[in-house]
Design a protein. Structure first.
Length: 158
């Protein structure tokens, strides 16, 4: 079998950042998958499950409700390794072009208050595993990384 694209990235060189993971074409439509890498792989603790779950609920809600990006958002969800998230947008996009909406999402998560969207037994298969405080801490930390990002945090290492 062919090795998938994300396994071909050298995780020993990967730092927290916002990277184009892949571009796929379906007919005339291009979709771009982004690697929202919150943690340095294999060097720092991964995102704990309750915080990861909360970021998933809040991030997906924010993007799918956004006035400009809702119709462009295909998917937002966690990486299995718990070092970040994938977001898929319609269109041929680059990191610089989506950075503003990702920062807007992180800032929204950082100050969110109230019930976590979708966190009820009727809406989620593990509704009670949430941690808003840690999700907000992770969002603020990652936002600070992106606010200071150079090209080395917006393009995969060679």
């Amino acid at each position: 079998m062919e090795k998938i694209a994300s396994f071909q990235v050298n995780h020993l060189l990967l730092k927290p950042g916002l990277y184009v993971s892949r571009r796929d074409k379906f007919g005339d439509t291009i979709i771009t998958t982004f690697d929202l890498r919150f943690k340095e792989p294999n060097k720092e603790p991964v995102i704990d499950m309750p915080a990861l779950h909360t970021i998933e609920h809040l991030g997906a809600t924010f993007l799918r409700s956004h006035s400009e990006w809702a119709s462009r958002t295909v998917y937002f969800g966690p990486m299995g390794c718990r070092t970040g998230f994938y977001v898929i947008f319609e269109g041929d996009r680059d990191s610089e072009g989506v950075l503003p909406v990702i920062l807007e999402m992180l800032d929204w998560i950082a100050v969110f208050s109230g019930p976590i969207p979708g966190a009820s037994p009727a809406e989620c298969g593990n509704y009670s595993e949430q941690n808003l405080g840690m999700a907000q801490w992770e969002a603020r930390r990652y936002a600070e990384t992106l606010r200071n990002a150079g090209q080395d945090r917006l393009n995969y290492p060679a």
